[in-house]
Design a protein around this ligand. Structure first.
Ligand SMILES: [Zn+2]
Length: 167
């Protein structure tokens, strides 16, 4: 008789994957299994050589979705600010990268932000399941929107702090 596979549920995004006894990543509220999927996606986005640097969106989306545990406040804040510029202002990954660079030059005591209460609908696995190319890019976009939507309770804060620090 086949033993039932033990599943691990990611505390960040809720993704359930077979337990492979992978160590949890530091600074992400994620299972090792979920984080491995993120590494797979990173490998893909970094190999794209796109001028818009989509990889930045993947970093910000995954970080925001896996806030909590040992993640630094500044990482959560930067990822949300990155999503804000990408989604609300139409910035490319390259432009968001520059925003992060400018932000890092503004000393600020980043607060700890309350995590979303809604659950996420899209995970890194959904993005990976799509065929590389256009389909996957579209799903990556959907993933960004889903994460940004779940953080709705912080939208005003993100907008205000961005205007305050990057005027
Ligand atoms: Zn996860």
């Amino acid at each position: 008789m086949k033993r039932r596979e033990k599943m691990m549920e990611c505390p960040g995004c809720g993704l359930r994957l077979p337990d492979q006894q992978i160590e949890r990543p530091h600074r992400y509220n994620a299972t090792g299994e979920c984080y491995q999927k993120y590494n797979e996606l990173s490998f893909y986005t970094m190999s794209q050589q796109d001028l818009h640097f989509v990889h930045q969106h993947a970093i910000d989306t995954y970080s925001a979705q896996h806030a909590g545990a040992g993640m630094k406040n500044i990482t959560v804040a930067f990822s949300l600010i990155g999503l804000y510029y990408a989604i609300e202002l139409g910035f490319t990954g390259k432009q968001v990268q520059r925003v992060h660079m400018l932000l890092s030059q503004r000393p600020y005591n980043w607060p700890s932000l309350p995590l979303p209460e809604n659950s996420y609908l899209i995970t890194v696995q959904d993005v990976l399941k799509e065929k590389p190319g256009k389909n996957r890019d579209v799903m990556l976009r959907e993933w960004m929107y889903d994460v940004w939507r779940c953080w709705e309770h912080q939208h005003d804060w993100v907008k205000n702090i961005s205007n305050h620090l990057l005027r």
